[in-house]
Design a binder for this molecule. Structure first.
Ligand code: FAD
Length: 410
């Protein structure tokens, strides 16, 4: 009989395991995948150059506990608080007046979303921004990057609840590598997909691909995509309000398309960001991040789903077409390998990160609530003000493990 079984070894599960063990609990972590980290995952895109397939930015850095941890564990990050993108209008760069108009529209949209929260008017983000402006498609796209869902599927009240200090610091050494180090020495069993969680008179029984564990409590940290897929059977079934909350806080999609290039066919400075406003779907491009010879294009929401289904080659061609239009045909000759993510079809997340549907702000609290003092929930979707982030997931892991340790001690 263990004190606590944790389902999932992402940021939330690893943080919970460390916290519970520091409190003296006997803990086991069951992870479905062949690796720990979940949506925090780095691979080398070039020898010795980390590329994050999932989280990369230490958002709200001054209130982000992972900043200190990165320093302590020696994972490199940059203290850059702001960025100045260049805006490309399809065939030319925006001039100063256009750029100023673009920024003021962006600011006005953010204010409209914030006003919804203040007025408790929980409608779709799409319904509170001007639809007929030249920059509307940009704000829709930006929303899809922030929330991984399209603006008609995003609750304005939820989006405005996010606590944003405006400091977004990149983890140059790989946010995935940082989270991986959080797992050092923790009792994680890999390839152990949990299939059934049964509440028993004395605690819980957890059946996984690696066998059966009995414990006093269980903490589930999987995404709402996995919870909604009913891959894990709960016995007895979860209460109705919990099931409604899972459905009300779904995952969207967000992918990165990275292409390595020989040299610098773009003639731009390191870490140049370009907002490409061609067509109905804009795209944010990061060129030569930290001086390395690659480019990243990011997709969100339905467009990310569509391009993911079209496949890796189509995604690369899409990004190359944009680069050729902006920088000329020479970029094609210089293109080499790269990495293309596919979070929508990742079997252990089934999407990127969570957002509340319009009218459903507040459901994160229901999602976070324990059942019967034995079945607990954590993970990014259960955070009320740092959802969709790694530090939000981490904090829910620490807080929920503390709650469990207090309850068991009592
Ligand atoms: C493309 C992308 C970009 C992002 N960018 C940023 C960013 O820049 N900054 C930021 O802060 N955040 C970012 N995020 C969000 C951040 O990565 C996540 O919020 C965070 O990593 C989620 O951690 P978690 O522990 O809640 O969930 P997860 O990381 O999903 O962990 C859950 C774990 O449960 C496992 N699991 C699933 N099913 C089972 C099962 N049946 N049995 C056992 N284990 C199971 C999974 O394999 C996984 O390891 C990004 C995410 C994506 C996808």
């Amino acid at each position: 009989m263990h004190d606590l079984v944790i389902v999932g070894a992402g940021a939330a599960g690893l943080a919970a395991a460390r916290t519970a063990m520091d409190r003296g609990l006997d803990v086991r972590v069951l992870e479905a995948s062949h690796r720990i980290g979940g949506r925090a995952y780095s691979e080398d895109i070039l020898p010795g150059v980390a590329f994050d397939l999932g989280c990369h930015w230490l958002h709200s850095a001054s209130i982000n506990p992972l900043v200190d941890i990165a320093g302590r564990l020696g994972v490199e990050y940059q203290r850059t608080a702001s960025w100045t993108p260049r805006v490309h209008l399809g065939s030319r760069w925006a001039n100063d007046a256009e750029y100023a108009d673009f920024l003021s529209f962006w600011e006005a949209c953010n204010q409209s979303v914030d006003a919804c929260r203040a007025a408790r008017h929980d409608v779709a983000v799409a319904d509170v921004i001007e639809r007929n402006r030249p920059w509307t498609a940009w704000f829709d796209y930006w929303t899809s990057l922030m929330t991984s869902s399209d603006s008609d599927r995003v609750s304005a009240g939820d989006m405005a609840s996010y606590r944003d200090t405006g400091e977004n610091w990149p983890v140059v050494g790989g946010y995935g590598n940082l989270v991986h180090r959080l797992g050092a020495g923790l009792p994680v069993t890999l390839n152990a997909a949990v299939e059934r969680i049964r509440l028993t008179p004395s605690g819980v029984r957890v059946d996984s691909a690696a066998g059966r564990l009995e414990a006093r409590t269980v903490l589930v940290t999987v995404s709402t995509g996995i919870l909604g897929s009913e891959h894990i059977v709960f016995d007895p079934p979860l209460p109705d309000d919990k099931r409604q909350a899972i459905a009300a806080v779904p995952l969207g999609n967000h992918n990165r398309i990275a292409i390595v290039f020989d040299g610098n066919p773009f003639g731009v400075d390191p870490s140049t960001s370009v907002i490409d406003l061609e067509g109905d779907v804009p795209m944010l491009l990061h060129l030569r991040p930290y001086g390395h010879a690659y480019v990243v294009g990011v997709t969100g929401g339905r467009f990310a789903d569509w391009l993911e289904r079209a496949g890796t080659r189509a995604a690369r061609e899409h990004l190359l077409d944009r680069l050729v239009r902006i920088f000329g045909a020479a970029v094609v000759q210089a293109a080499r390998g790269g990495i293309v993510t596919a979070w929508g079809s990742d079997p252990w997340t089934l999407g990127a990160y969570s957002t509340c549907l319009p009218g459903q702000a507040g459901q994160r609290t229901v999602l976070a609530r324990p059942v019967d003092d034995r079945l607990y929930f954590a993970g990014e979707a259960t955070s009320s003000d740092a959802f969709a982030t790694c530090h939000g997931a981490y904090r829910t892991g620490v807080d929920t493990a503390t709650l469990i340790a207090d309850a068991l001690a009592a």
